[in-house]
Every structure is written in C-alpha cells, then in structure tokens.
Design a protein around this ligand. Structure first.
Ligand SMILES: Nc1nc2c(c(=O)[nH]1)N[C@H]1C(S)=C(S)[C@@H](COP(=O)(O)O)O[C@H]1N2
Ligand SMILES: [Mo]
Length: 311
C-alpha cells in the first residue's frame, strides 16, 4: 500500500495529517491486539532504509504532544532563538545529500553517506518524554535506530571513552549562525556507556514521517533521561575521544549547563527550579521525575557519582 504524505515540515492547514495517520495506525494495531507490529510508513527520504518501523514498549501510557506543537515550538538556535523561528525558517536547510564524518578512536573512520549508515538498520518507534531545561516538556513519538547500532558500525576501540557530535555549520542556510549566540558548530558529547545505552536513539523521524527540519533533520540524537540540549540536531560529525570533549552549552555557561545534564528535580538550574514541568499543551504543571522517569533503566550508569556536583 502506498501512503501519500505531505512533507511534515510544511506546516499548513494539513498540520494534523501525520498525527492522525499515526494515531489511526496505532488504534488499528491495538484493536487487532498486536503488541509488536511492523507499521507501514511512507518512504520519503531514504528509500528502503525507512519503509517501516517496529513498535516498541515505550510510551503506551503517555499522551502524545500534538504534531503541531512538536514541530512549531522548537529550540534550534541555528535558526534563531525564538521558539517559533525554526518552524518558520528551517526549510532553508538542504538535507540531501547528507554525509557524516567519523573521526578519532575507532577502526573505521571516514566520511559516510547517511543512506549507507542507515542501510540494513531496523527503524523503531519509541515514544519518549523530552524535558527542556526551561521547565517545559513534550512527549514525542520518534522513529529511529538505537545509537549503539549506528556507532558500532565504526568499531570504536578501547580508547574511546567519550563520543562527541557536531551539528552542521552552514551559515548560508542557518541564519542563526551569523550571530555568535553559541560557538558554532553546536557540539554535544556523551560518555561511551551513555551513548551505547539501549535508550539512546538516533532519530530519523517522528509521527511516522521523516524528521521535520526544525526537529533536526535528517538525523539527530535523542537521550531521553537528559535535558533537551544534549539531544543534538542535524549531525554531521561523530568523534570518538579519550578525554571528555567540549560541549557548546557548557562552554557558554558551565555553571548553568553541566556535562551530564541528567534530568534531576533535586538540582535547580541557577535561574529556575527544576522540580516541576509543564507539558506543552497542558495547563497544569507536573512533578519532574529523576532521570525524566527513566531511572530504573539508567541510574546504574551513575552509581557512586554525586549527582549534585556532576550536574
Ligand atoms: N544543533 C542544535 N541541536 C539542538 C538545539 C540547538 O539549538 N541546536 N537545541 C536543543 C534543545 S535546548 C532542545 S530542548 C531540543 C529541542 O528539540 P525539539 O525542537 O525537536 O523539541 O533540541 C536540542 N538540540
Ligand atoms: Mo532545551
């Protein structure tokens, strides 16, 4: 069956199309009693690499944030600092062709086409909470591949203790890069065990469609137990390192943005309390959970660490 879907980054009156298609499919699957199903998805960007997604256990208990809110309330400073800027201006970004440069402590450095990296990978559907440091949050149905499956292709060696990611630097298309709000390119990094953790996702879509540009097309990191700024968008470089790499927000203001950035209601941001959050679309605030609710899966990564000093 061929499903025709508009490009999701073009926000018009058809805003709800991707969302209703997605929800219909979920209902049909639930009605048929299918717990794990392969759902038909449109193949738009990467041909065969993204024809279907395997449903996972994540997020069946969550109310999804609307497609409209997910794609029109964004932080993507390469396209301006206003939450509405990215949805208005990210269409300028060219996402095809797309290649990723792989460097550092691994056996297979090089420059790879995204299609080749995604070849033979299984795309999953995972509903994750995203918690921004600014105390708002969303629930997003991502489509993506476990980051471990991407990184292991490059065979990181035993010296690789961290992995750093860069966003594209292309000021002709990313007008925000003409201003020096952050040091460009945007960079983020994880400890290797965090990057290889099964929850860590390389997202290539949401709501069953390819990733809208304002959400970090064509491929972005999603680390659901950390504040949103760790989940770097539009990745063009992956670098395996021995030492802890520099990260953009930490360089800008180390007191406010730590390297770990684990969601922690007990540790306030210097300018905001972090114990409550407001889901976009909700009126009332809710309690923020340690590790954004993923503690049972990730707390052991930080055994013996002081989470107040390692914020
Ligand atoms: N390259 C890049 N990645 C980025 C950002 C950014 O400004 N540039 N913002 C981060 C922040 S602060 C958040 S909260 C999330 C927002 O992701 P979303 O717009 O898809 O919800 O992206 C993160 N990744
Ligand atoms: Mo954020």
């Amino acid at each position: 069956m061929l499903i025709k879907v508009r490009k999701s980054w073009e926000l018009k009156d058809s805003d709800v199309t991707a969302q209703s298609l997605y929800l219909n499919r979920r209902q049909i699957m639930a009605g048929a009693g299918i717990a794990i199903a392969t759902a038909a998805l449109p193949s738009l960007a990467f041909g065969k690499a993204y024809d279907s997604a395997v449903k996972t256990k994540y997020g069946d208990d969550e109310t999804l944030t609307s497609f409209k809110d997910i794609t029109s309330y964004n932080n993507f400073y390469e396209f301006g600092t206003d939450k509405r800027d990215p949805s208005r201006t990210a269409r300028a970004l060219t996402t095809k062709p797309w290649s990723i440069k792989v460097e550092g402590e691994c056996n297979k450095p090089g420059t790879y086409n995204l299609e080749d990296i995604l070849k033979n990978q299984t795309v999953e559907e995972r509903v994750y909470r995203l918690r921004c440091v600014e105390a708002w949050s969303m629930v997003i149905p991502w489509n993506g591949i476990p980051m471990a499956n991407i990184l292991s292709q490059f065979e990181p060696n035993s010296n690789a203790k961290y992995v750093q990611f860069d966003t594209l630097f292309r000021p002709e298309e990313m007008w925000g890069q003409k201003r020096r709000f952050l040091t460009w390119p945007y960079q983020e990094a994880l400890r290797m065990d965090e990057a290889m953790h099964p929850l860590t996702l390389a997202a290539i879509g949401l709501y069953g469609d390819t990733l809208p540009k304002q959400n970090g097309a064509p491929i972005r990191l999603v680390v659901p137990w950390k504040y949103g700024f760790k989940s770097i968008k539009s990745i063009v470089a992956i670098r395996f390192t021995r030492r802890r790499p520099k990260t953009s927000w930490n360089m800008m203001n180390a007191r406010e943005y730590g390297f770990y950035a684990n969601v922690n209601p007990a540790v306030d941001h210097p300018r905001w309390a972090q114990d409550r959050e407001r889901r976009i679309g909700d009126f009332f605030k809710t309690d923020t959970k340690l590790f954004n609710g993923y503690a049972s899966e990730v707390a052991s990564l930080y055994d013996g660490m002081n989470l107040r000093t390692n914020y």
